[in-house]
Design a protein around this ligand. Structure first.
Ligand SMILES: Cc1cc2nc3c(=O)[nH]c(=O)nc-3n(C[C@H](O)[C@H](O)[C@H](O)COP(=O)(O)OP(=O)(O)OC[C@H]3O[C@@H](n4cnc5c(N)ncnc54)[C@H](O)[C@@H]3O)c2cc1C
Length: 381
């Protein structure tokens, strides 16, 4: 949809310069918004690929994996943190005291890594600076202990192994099972073990000790140490700057079908919970952030004249020599139907059919394009 902006929308402020903020800014222009656009981001770097931080960036020479320079023509305030939002007076406040008036606002401040302790020894990777610091440490080939058997923990364990480190991964239950389902989890975990990853399946763990001497305590009393202690145990939406707005519910910003939290206030990406076929939920993934941001920006410009968010889950991960791409809901229970390849770990194309009539299509083959997976997938209305 294009066309010029309605007269009421003269100033838009986008808070957050990650993929959802960047996409919202571009989409506002595509949708015909030609007014004053300001993007506020607390990181000093231009926008970059966050998924690369646990994959190629940990291994690739000096590349910071920046995204192409923006063409949205916004005033960019980088290294600036939003500290408050007044929806009545339509003002966003920054940490240096600046107040930015808006007619439309996009809340896109994402999330941060959940931590198990305040100890500086506990390393998490959420931002470019975190990944660059870890990459420098990996060059010394330290021993590494990864806590977290989700996709992020496994990707980082894979990169650390590839960097030549000795790596142990501690997972609550079997790695990847909760996120991907048992079949895919088994394929990837078998590849991980083959490449030398030591996996410890356990219950809840604690970080103990003091700065400079942190360790991991398992429920059975076992204590584990390593030169690098890396945790990947989920994320926490960055909503503190919104606490007095009434926009935050259960730690996220709920939005309607067009990604609006209030008239004139849209929210997109990791901090937003939007209506899905499985209820209102956060889907903290890259392509979900892009889809939400497009819907949010169009809704600010065109209101109810724009279609609601149409969300089809897409997820990918790269680890232990595999690239997995999935369209449709995960985890996938039970055994798949193989459309190509066969069980045993080589390149494969699989589908799972669910009781609700939906299908999930998964490629364990980097050559298979996403549109092919989309054509094989059905999601319930
Ligand atoms: C290491 C890693 C690997 C990942 N890999 C994958 C993957 O393989 N596949 C996938 O689908 N997803 C992956 N994800 C998730 C994906 O990157 C996120 O879903 C996506 O980046 C969310 O985008 P966002 O714009 O909502 O938030 P973010 O990318 O977090 O951007 C938000 C920005 O806002 C800034 N900000 C926060 N508070 C303020 C404030 N008060 N004022 C101003 N600015 C603020 C933040 O610093 C940040 O720059 C990965 C995430 C990480 C951390």
């Amino acid at each position: 949809m294009s066309g010029r902006t309605s007269g009421a929308l003269k100033r838009v402020v986008v808070v957050g310069n990650g993929i959802s903020g960047l996409t919202a800014a571009h989409t506002l222009r595509e949708a015909g918004f030609d007014g004053e656009l300001t993007v506020v981001g607390d990181e000093v770097h231009p926008a970059y690929s966050r998924p690369a931080l646990s994959k190629a960036l940990l291994l690739d020479g000096d590349s910071p994996h920046l995204l192409p320079p923006p063409t949205h023509g916004a005033r960019e305030l980088l290294g600036a943190r939003a500290t408050g939002l007044d929806t009545g007076r339509r003002l966003i406040t920054l940490d240096d005291g600046t107040a930015l008036p808006y007619d439309g606002a996009v809340l896109a401040t994402g999330s941060r890594a959940r931590r198990l302790s305040d100890l500086p020894d506990e390393v998490t990777v959420r931002a470019l600076d975190d990944a660059l610091a870890l990459r420098r440490r990996l060059a010394q080939r330290p021993s590494v202990l990864v806590v977290g058997g989700g996709p992020l923990g496994m990707e980082m364990a894979s990169a650390c192994l590839a960097a030549g480190c000795r790596v142990t991964l501690v997972s609550r239950g079997k790695p990847l099972t909760g996120r991907l389902g048992p079949h895919l989890a088994h394929v990837l975990t078998a590849a991980a073990r083959e490449r030398g990853l030591t996996v410890i399946e356990t219950g809840r763990v604690r970080v103990e000790g003091r700065a400079g001497d942190a360790r991991i305590a398992l429920g059975d009393g076992t204590v584990l140490r390593a030169e690098v202690l890396l945790t990947a145990v989920g994320d926490v939406p960055n909503t503190e700057w919104l606490t007095r707005t009434g926009l935050v519910v259960d730690g996220a910003v709920p939005v309607g079908t067009r990604c609006l939290a209030r008239p004139g206030v849209a929210a997109a990406g990791d901090l937003a919970a939007f209506p899905t076929s499985r209820g209102l939920r956060r889907v903290p993934l890259w392509s979900s952030a892009i889809d939400q941001a497009k819907a949010a920006a169009r809704a600010l410009v065109h209101g109810d004249g724009t279609p609601p968010l149409s969300f089809q889950p897409y997820f990918w991960t790269e680890q232990f020599g595999h690239t997995l791409k999935a369209v449709g809901h995960l985890p996938a229970a039970g055994e798949p139907v193989y459309a190509a390849g066969k069980p045993g770990g080589g390149p494969a194309l699989m589908t799972w059919r669910r009781d609700d009539g939906s299908t999930t299509a998964v490629a364990l083959d980097h050559r298979i394009p996403i549109p092919r997976l989309r054509r094989m997938t059905r999601t319930p209305a």
